[in-house]
Design a protein around this ligand. Structure first.
Ligand code: M6R
Length: 627
């Protein structure tokens, strides 16, 4: 099949949005919600607040939320209905003018948006020809003017939104308010997330439950192509044609404390500390009566028995966990596994059929590259299983089964605890497949699970002994580049260590398979270059250990400063390590769960030593809902 053509338009944003109507001052509820959503984008922020007298106050500012707050100063608006937005821009630069909300020509309708309106150029031309004046370069603004036209034609806000959405191509979550109906917020969604929060006499809309978790844990998930009208006393959901539909209610399983820093200066540092619990929670309950139980398994066991190939699709850190999944699934379940960057998958027309299992790993469950990869897989009749940290997100919704990682909210843009949970979930999946296909005896599966269940304690041990890594970080913070080497399961760990350093410390960092070194990368080694080496265990595969030891000697001979992550008791490596980071011994397959942790700490501490905000690295956003 010929792959879909990539979308032509790239006027896109990946943003956090919140809407509120209730008894509290909307401005403070919205700003508070934006603070919790800022990890989704922090190029600009804005709010619109309505009061009963028919006034619509709009304020927006380039830069972080604090810039908007400074601008607002004591300018507290009394309205109890409002919307707010925090933006990650790719086109239509991060300026005051392009910040959301956008208003129509009358200044009485305000709109915020997450996603892409692909046909905005055509709509903009049409609007300008009809006399509308558009003030920004964004795709979003067309929606405000299209709604203006529909209101002019007699529609109420929800009807106008439905009519407008039917004209839009692309992915979007939209929220709109109108000065004439100051107790209503209308939302719409296609491909981008939107949840309703149900409070006592107050209702919320947001791209993420973190925005309203301080007020309620009762939520409703909206489906594809739906419009919702929220009022103080409730909400109404319809499809784009106006037919009533039911939202799916759920109770949020974590609380406000989980979304706060808990005494840590940065979320990321807290999330690194939370890793033992995240892995433990991800494993909890998955062994019952001597059998592996996967979460929402909507796949018949016979299908799992019949599959002859697995593809893992994912992006960034999730891709690295997919590489580890390959080792586990092939080792235990004896099925060939290919791991592929989701953004590449559908464009090379992969060979997929009913006997293919596609595993999509995504913390957010929103990543558009991964979503499009599974859509392609399903069109080709493959079975899709999602590994996801976000209940009810689009990727699990569109999959045949879900295995949830139970890491709780991850606010730091760099994935840490969700990576370890994805790795743990990958092991569960490997064991589940081995069980279904009979490639392991039941007692072997139980033994492996029991060994896996000891890992949270070992991760905690690493965290308790990580202080020297902080000192080391301060020493190498001025280096220009760092190389990371690993072999076998150490290779994805090396890649993840390098990615963390790139995204947090803005340093050149590359991960290589240690065996590839002599085929080119060794040319990069020069006097004083820090090289992190993830050593395989000296037990078992001794030859591999010896080979990586030789690699260390090769780079030392060329002046490298070696930082070695090795198993406790690996005495052979000691003479060759300028800095030795010892981690507890584990079964070979589980080594990434302990070896990754010091590399996360190293990257965070180097970034802090260089004066950067580790929660909000430049140019990044937590969820990438555009291709
Ligand atoms: O939400 P997802 O797991 O699908 O996100 C995938 C990547 O965008 C994500 O892992 C990204 O690489 C992180 N910034 C890594 O720290």
């Amino acid at each position: 099949m010929v792959p879909d053509r990539p979308a032509a338009a790239r006027l896109d944003v990946v943003c956090g949005i919140i809407g509120y109507v209730g008894g509290q001052p909307a401005q403070s509820v919205v700003l508070d919600g934006l603070r919790r959503l800022e990890y989704r984008g922090y190029d600009s922020a804005g709010i619109a607040v309505l009061d009963g007298s028919g006034a619509l106050l709009v304020r927006r500012k380039a830069g972080r939320l604090e810039n908007l707050e400074k601008q607002l100063g004591t300018d507290l608006h009394e309205g109890s209905c409002g919307i707010g937005h925090t933006r990650w821009a790719t086109h239509g630069g991060p300026t005051d003018r392009n910040a959301h909300p956008h208003v129509d020509c009358t200044g009485r309708v305000a709109v915020i948006h997450n996603g892409i309106i692909e046909n905005f150029a055509m709509l903009r031309t049409e609007l300008e020809a009809a006399g509308h004046e558009l003030a920004s370069e964004t795709d979003t603004e067309v929606v405000a003017h299209l709604i203006e036209d529909r209101i002019g034609a007699g529609d109420d806000l929800a009807t106008a939104m439905r009519t407008v959405c039917r004209r839009l191509d692309g992915a979007f979550t939209l929220l709109a308010v109108r000065a004439d109906t100051p107790d209503v917020v209308v939302g719409a969604r296609r491909n981008s997330p939107l949840v309703v929060g149900i409070g006592d006499g107050e209702t919320f809309l947001a791209s993420d439950v973190a925005a309203f978790i301080a007020h309620t844990r009762d939520a409703v998930e909206l489906g594809q192509d739906q419009v919702v009208e929220v009022r103080r006393d409730g909400y109404t959901v319809t499809d784009f044609a106006g037919l009533p539909v039911d939202g799916k209610s759920f109770r949020i399983s974590w609380d406000l404390a989980a979304a706060e820093k808990g005494g840590h200066p940065y979320f990321m540092l807290k999330e690194i500390e939370e890793q033992p619990a995240a892995v433990e929670d991800t494993l909890r309950g998955h062994l019952a009566n001597g059998r592996i139980v996967l979460d929402e398994e909507r796949i018949d066991e016979q299908v799992l028995r019949d599959i002859d190939k697995v593809f893992v699709v994912a992006c960034g850190t999730a891709y690295h966990s997919g590489m580890i999944a390959k080792y586990a699934i092939e080792h235990w379940a004896r099925i060939p596994v290919e791991v592929e960057m989701a953004s590449e998958f559908r464009y090379r027309d992969p060979v997929l059929d009913r006997a293919t299992l596609v595993v999509a790993i995504s913390q957010s469950g929103e990543t558009m590259d991964t979503l499009q990869a599974i859509r392609h897989a399903r069109e080709q009749k493959a079975t899709v299983l999602a590994v996801c940290n976000t209940n009810g997100a689009q990727i699990p919704r569109e999959s045949d089964a879900v295995l949830y990682t139970r890491s709780g909210p991850e606010i730091g843009v760099a994935a840490t605890k969700t990576f370890l949970s994805q790795v743990a979930a990958s092991y569960l999946l490997g064991l589940g497949l081995a069980q279904a296909r009979g490639t392991k005896y039941e007692d072997e599966v139980v033994r492996e699970f029991d060994a896996l269940a000891t890992m949270p304690a070992l991760i905690a041990e690493v965290l308790a002994t990580v202080e020297p890594v902080r000192e080391l970080a301060r020493e190498i913070a001025r280096s220009k580049a760092v190389l990371f080497l690993g072999r076998h399961l150490g290779y994805p760990v090396a890649l993840e260590g390098a990615l963390k350093l790139k995204e947090l410390a803005y340093m050149h960092a590359e991960g290589f398979p240690a065996g590839e070194l002599k085929h080119g990368p060794i040319a990069l080694v020069e006097e004083g270059l820090p090289v992190v080496v993830v050593m395989p265990s000296p037990k078992g595969r001794r030859t591999l250990h010896g080979k990586v030891l030789s690699n260390i000697q090769e780079i030392r001979a060329r002046g490298a400063r070696t930082i070695v992550v090795a198993e406790e008791g690996d005495t052979d490596v000691r003479p060759y390590a300028n800095h030795l980071i010892e981690v507890p011994a584990t079964p070979t397959l589980f080594q990434p769960l302990v070896a990754t942790v010091p590399l996360q700490v190293l990257a965070a501490e180097i970034a802090l030593a260089r004066g950067y905000d580790v929660d909000k690295p430049r140019n990044l956003a937590k969820s990438v809902t555009v291709e």
